[in-house]
Design a protein around this ligand. Sequence first.
Ligand SMILES: [Zn+2]
Length: 56
Amino acid sequence: MDTVRQGLRAGDIEKDTYERLICTHCDENLATKDSEDGVGKVRSCPDCGRQYKQIG
Ligand SMILES: [Zn+2]
């Protein structure tokens, strides 16, 4: 799984004017959930299902 940082760099996600993460493929706000390993969070697009790990 890519990290949020990698997704931003690749252009798969970007921040809107309110600093929220959005999927550039679907123009959807990314949902947030706890990661399975308990470290950080997982941000996922509700439309295409792409997931990005958010650390810290
Ligand atoms: Zn998407």
